[in-house]
Structure formats: structure tokens, C-alpha cells
Design a binder for this molecule. Structure first.
Ligand code: HEC
Length: 169
């Protein structure tokens, strides 16, 4: 009994009083919590852009099939796809603002070159948005053949950006 009391006093007088240990624990918890929050915000942003790209993929296929393969003359119907494509694509630039390394967000396929070669990436993104706006404008004017050509050219811009800026898997 006496011996145990002695031990307790020794701990109480150590260089790390218990309040300091508690403070350190709280600070450490706060730090880890902040890191976890930051990661959750980034993950949500990455998920948003993947969802946007998935929708763009489906709409773009539908638009291409209608205008290029089927040679549909229904420009109003095609315009519904084009309008949605433009709205979705406008969200993209804002969803690439923060760097999202794979060590932090493993499910992202974004390569670090997006941020280290930002001018090139932004150029390709702008070109993509311009193409979608042009398709929209051509469809408004019921110029379906011209819209078809522009759709084919835009399909190449998907690959031109994915090759350098998206991991294969
Ligand atoms: C300016 C660059 C750029 C353009 C243009 C672009 N993409 Fe992407 N795309 C990306 C990047 C980067 C990702 C990876 C995002 C991530 O995982 O964080 C991606 C992801 C995707 C995904 C999500 C699926 C997955 O698992 O990665 C699909 C689908 C997709 N793109 C389709 C398209 C299609 C279709 C087009 C053209 C109509 C297109 N993209 C144009 C850069 C681009």
C-alpha cells in the first residue's frame, strides 16, 4: 500500500503532469480531426467531379448517337442533351481547385500534372467548354450536320485530356 502511494507521487511529480498529458491528447485529437475533416471535404469534391463526368459521359454518348449515328433531324431533342452537358461542364473547373493527391484520395484518377502543368490543363478544359457551347449554338440554329462534326471533334478532346491528366486506373 505504501509502495503504491509512493509510485503515484512519482508520476504526479514527473516532467509530464497529467494536465499536460490531457492537453497534448486534446491537441492531437483536434489535429487528427482537422485532417480527417479536410480529407472528407476533398473526397466530397472529387466524388462530385466523378459524378459530373459520369453524367457527361452518358449525355455525350446519347447526343452523339442521335446526331451522328442516327442523323436525327430533331434539333430540339438534341438541344436538351447539349444544354445539360453545358451546365454539367461548367461545374468542372471549380471542382479541380484543391490538389487531391492519390495518397490522400485513393479513388481519384486525377494526376498531379493537373496542378503542375495547370496552364495546359486549363487550356484543354476551356477548349472542351468552348466546344460544348459551340455544339449548343449550332443545335439552336438547327445546323445538325455542323453540330455532328463538332461533336466528333469534341470526342477527341476527352482523350486528349485523359491521356496526360488521368490515371489509366
Ligand atoms: C480537361 C480535361 C478533361 C476533359 C476535356 C474530359 N475529361 Fe474526363 N476526366 C478528367 C479527369 C482529370 C478525370 C478524373 C477525375 C478524378 O477521378 O478525380 C476524369 C474522369 C472522367 C470520368 C469518370 C470515370 C472515372 O472512373 O474516372 C468519365 C466517365 C469521363 N472523365 C469522361 C469524359 C468524357 C466522355 C469526356 C468528353 C466528352 C471527358 N471526360 C472530357 C479530365 C477530363
Amino acid at each position: 500500500m505504501m509502495a503504491r502511494q509512493g509510485q503515484e507521487t512519482a508520476i504526479g511529480n514527473s516532467a509530464w503532469p497529467s494536465w499536460m498529458l490531457l492537453l497534448a491528447a486534446v491537441l492531437f485529437w483536434g489535429f487528427t480531426q482537422a485532417r480527417a475533416d479536410e480529407r472528407a471535404v476533398l473526397a466530397a469534391e472529387v466524388q462530385q467531379r466523378i459524378d459530373a463526368f459520369d453524367e457527361i459521359d452518358q449525355l455525350f454518348r446519347a447526343l452523339r448517337f442521335k446526331v451522328v449515328n442516327q442523323r436525327s433531324q430533331d434539333h430540339q431533342g438534341a438541344l436538351v442533351y447539349a444544354d445539360q452537358l453545358v451546365q454539367l461542364a461548367y461545374q468542372l473547373p471549380g471542382l479541380f481547385e484543391a490538389e487531391t493527391p492519390r495518397q490522400v484520395i485513393p479513388f481519384s484518377r486525377a494526376r498531379p500534372e493537373i496542378w503542375s502543368r495547370k496552364a495546359r490543363y486549363d487550356f484543354l478544359m476551356d477548349e472542351f467548354l468552348d466546344n460544348l457551347e459551340e455544339i449548343q449554338a449550332l443545335l439552336r440554329q438547327a445546323r445538325l450536320t455542323d453540330a455532328g462534326h463538332r461533336i466528333d471533334r469534341t470526342a477527341q478532346s476527352c482523350r486528349r485530356c485523359h491521356d496526360p491528366f488521368r490515371y489509366r486506373r
